[in-house]
Design a protein around this ligand. Structure first.
Ligand SMILES: O=C(O)[C@H](O)[C@@H](O)[C@H](O)[C@H](O)COP(=O)(O)O
Length: 268
């Protein structure tokens, strides 16, 4: 059974016994937000990240979720993507396609992936243009309190350095405020060339989920969530900068990842 509590500033925290329990809760939440979004505006606009997140979503392709989700109303985006061929093993598109999108009835024309034949800079520019077009046609909702799109759900993984999407500590991409999508050619996590949603876009989402599993993430989870002395809180930790202006923020983690959290330590 998950240990769940709400932090006064940092959203809802769900610490699961194991990955099986986490993955069931995660897909249950995704299905819930999908249904609510479709009811509200006729579509569900979800942005994926790469890494272990996609495997933790695997139960979406199994009963009952594969039957209860209205896949025809899904529009799939990427919160970050490696600038490699879409058939390259490093591609987040390929990861999602092989493990999820090829197994459910999302319409191919509703899958908004990058142009993998251009530079990182051009891929970011073109991706942002594509999203802007979908805001214009009201497929993607516009945020009421920023100049950004309001994705129904942005799913983020988190690195042991506290990066989310392809926003890394102390990287200039963290400072980009006017663009929706930016690019980097020096990612500390290979491959080096990536595009990524900017923080304003992430923080304009209706719901943001951060998934962190394993002992290696425990310190970053602590720094991202707990009340810290001023010195530590001034750290350039991208996961701590995820602060949706009006959306929900939920942290899905297993016990090892949550083991250094103040709330968790006292609950043992
Ligand atoms: O393209 C990427 O590399 C991901 O989007 C990245 O942000 C990932 O989500 C984290 O690095 C966590 O990855 P793991 O869950 O595999 O540790």
């Amino acid at each position: 059974m998950a240990l769940t509590w709400t932090h006064k500033d940092r959203g809802e925290i769900r610490v699961h016994e194991n990955l099986e329990e986490l993955s069931i809760d995660l897909v249950d939440y995704i299905a819930e937000i999908s249904e609510a979004s479709i009811k509200e505006h006729g579509a569900f606009c979800i942005a994926l990240s790469g890494g272990s997140l996609i495997n933790l979503m695997g139960k979406l392709v199994e009963p009952p979720f594969n039957k209860i989700v209205d896949w025809a109303k899904w529009y799939v985006f990427w919160a970050d993507e490696r600038v490699v061929g879409k058939n390259h093993d490093d591609s987040n598109y390929k990861l999602a396609k092989d493990n999820l999108l090829s197994k459910v009835n999302v319409f191919p024309r509703h899958i908004c992936s990058i142009n993998d034949t251009v530079s990182a800079e051009d891929a970011a520019t073109e991706y942002e243009f594509a999203i802007r077009q979908m805001v214009k046609t009201r497929t993607v909702t516009a945020s009421e309190n920023s100049d950004c799109p309001k994705f129904d759900l942005i799913l983020l993984g988190m690195g042991s350095d506290g990066h989310v999407a392809s926003l890394f500590p102390n990287h200039p991409a963290l400072e980009v405020k006017d663009d929706w999508v930016t690019f980097l050619t020096d990612s500390p996590k290979p491959p080096p060339e990536r595009i990524t949603f900017t923080l304003p876009v992430i923080n304009s989402a209706a719901s943001v989920v951060v998934v962190a599993t394993g002992e290696t993430k425990a310190n970053a989870v602590h720094l991202a969530i707990d009340d810290l002395p001023s010195l530590e809180s001034s750290l350039s930790l991208p996961a701590r900068m995820v602060q949706p202006s009006s959306g929900n923020l939920i942290w899905f983690m297993d016990k090892p990842a949550g083991s250094k959290l103040d709330g968790f330590k006292f609950s043992e």
